[in-house]
Design a binder for this molecule. Structure first.
Ligand SMILES: Nc1nc2c(ncn2[C@@H]2O[C@H](COP(=O)(O)OP(=O)(O)OP(=O)(O)O)[C@@H](O)[C@H]2O)c(=O)[nH]1
Ligand SMILES: [Zn+2]
Length: 192
C-alpha cells in the first residue's frame, strides 16, 4: 500500500505548530518529508497479506517440530503510535511434509508487525496465517516485547516485558507438546 506522503507532511507540520514549534526553522524544514518516508517504511505491512509468503511449500518427510526463535521485529502501538519491539518465536509441526522456507516465517512477522498494531494481534494473525496455509498439526507463536508507551510516558515502567502467545492444533490440545515448545523457546531464560 502506498502512503500519502503529501498528507503526512501537512499533518506533521500541523503537529509541530500545535506543540509550539516553528516548522520553518532550519532543523525542522525536512522533518515532515522524513516522517512521511519513515511512516511509509514502518507501515509497509498495511495491505500486505502475510499468507502470501507460504505459497511455496517444500515436500519434506518431516512431521516434527520446526521452531524459529528470536525473530526481531518493530511495530507501532495503535493507541499511541509509538514503537513496541521485541522478538517473535514461531513453531509448527508440519503435516504430510508440508514445510515452508524458514525465512518466510520471519517475512510474515514483518508484514504483520509493520502496521498500527496490538501485540496480541501479531501473535494470533501469524498463528492463523500458518494454520490456514500450511495446514500443519499445530502452531505455536510467542511474542515478547517492550512497549515504549509504557516506558517513555504514562505508567513509565522501562524493562517491563509483555509476553503473548497463540497456540493452535496439537499445541492447544496436548499440554505436554505445548510445555516442550515453551521450554525450547525459553521465555525469560538465559540467552547464550
Ligand atoms: N492489550 C494491549 N494493550 C496495549 C498494547 N499496546 C499498548 N497497550 C495499552 O493500551 C492501553 C491504552 O489505554 P488508554 O487508557 O486508552 O490510554 P492511556 O490513557 O494513554 O493509558 P496509559 O498508558 O495507562 O496512560 C494502555 O494500557 C497501553 O499500555 C498492546 O499491544 N496490547
Ligand atoms: Zn500504546
Amino acid at each position: 500500500m502506498n502512503v500519502d506522503h503529501e498528507k503526512i507532511q501537512q499533518a506533521v507540520r500541523m503537529i509541530l505548530e500545535a506543540v509550539g514549534e516553528d516548522p520553518d526553522r532550519e532543523g525542522l524544514l525536512d522533518t515532515p518529508a522524513r516522517v512521511a518516508r519513515m511512516y511509509a517504511e514502518v507501515f509497509s505491512g498495511l495491505g500486505e497479506d502475510p499468507k502470501k509468503h507460504f505459497g511455496t511449500i517444500f515436500s519434506e518427510d518431516h512431521e516434527e517440530l520446526v521452531l524459529v526463535k528470536d525473530i526481531s521485529f518493530f511495530s507501532m502501538c495503535e493507541h499511541h503510535l509509538v514503537p513496541f519491539y521485541g522478538r517473535a518465536h514461531v513453531g509448527y509441526i508440519p503435516k504430510s511434509g508440508r514445510v515452508t522456507g524458514l525465512s518466510k516465517l520471519a517475512r510474515a512477522v514483518d508484514d504483520i508487525a509493520r502496521r498500527p498494531q496490538l501485540q496480541e494481534r501479531i501473535s494470533y494473525t501469524l498463528a492463523n496465517s500458518i494454520m490456514e496455509t500450511l495446514e500443519p498439526h499445530g502452531v505455536i507463536v510467542v511474542v515478547e516485547a517492550e512497549h515504549m508507551c509504557m516506558t517513555m510516558r504514562g505508567v513509565k515502567k522501562p524493562g517491563a516485558m509483555t509476553v503473548t502467545s497463540a497456540v493452535r492444533g496439537v499445541f492447544e490440545k496436548d499440554p505436554a507438546v505445548r510445555a516442550e515448545a515453551f521450554s525450547l523457546i525459553g521465555i525469560g531464560g538465559k540467552r547464550g
